[in-house]
Design a binder for this molecule. Structure first.
Ligand code: S3P
Length: 171
């Protein structure tokens, strides 16, 4: 049993993977991403799981993947954007260093609007983003020990802000 040094949460497209890799490198630890774990385990893309099995089946697979990663991984762990919807998952995050990478809705639409690989945004990206963030913002804030805005910042600047907020020293 181990626990991640840092967990990254936040909406899709906010840069969890890019910033997570940078942070892991600077901290001298490994990087892991629960979306990648799910794709590897299922042998299908996330979009295919949504289409073939539906969102609630995906959430069950995701919950297992997140719980496994939280006990196996001791480096930087990025969680899929919707994993904080699960109350047990939110409980497991308490006591850990959790960084919420945030962005405003316009930035979100710019970054992800045309990306059809993200099944939750396929129809009307701006409205879907607004609804999604209204439903989730308080959950991200609830689990976070630090909130790091990403608007107008490079991944390096975001990574630095996260290190500063967590008062973590580089390797
Ligand atoms: C989702 C976010 C995605 C992926 C799936 C659902 C969500 O992960 O798990 O498309 O509900 O916000 P990323 O946040 O890594 O893109």
């Amino acid at each position: 049993m181990s626990a991640p040094l840092v967990v990254l949460v936040g909406p899709m497209g906010v840069g969890k993977s890019t910033v997570g890799r940078l942070l892991a490198e600077r901290l001298g630890v490994g990087y892991r991403d629960t979306d990648d774990d799910i794709v590897a385990e299922q042998g299908r893309t996330i979009a295919d799981i949504f289409v073939e099995d539906g969102e609630s089946a995906f959430r069950a697979v995701e919950k297992r993947a997140v719980h496994r990663a939280l006990t196996e991984h001791d480096g930087v762990l990025a969680l899929g954007g919707g994993s904080i919807l699960d109350a047990d998952t939110r409980d497991l995050l308490s006591g850990l260093r959790v960084v919420y990478l945030s962005m405003d809705v316009e930035e979100a639409v710019r970054r992800t609007g045309l990306n059809t690989a993200r099944p939750l945004l396929a129809v009307n990206p701006r409205k879907q983003w607004r609804d999604l963030m209204e439903a989730r913002r308080h959950l991200y804030e609830e689990v976070a020990t630090a909130v790091v805005p990403t608007d107008g910042r490079t991944p390096e600047e975001v990574g630095q802000a996260a290190l500063d907020a967590l008062e973590l020293k580089e390797a």
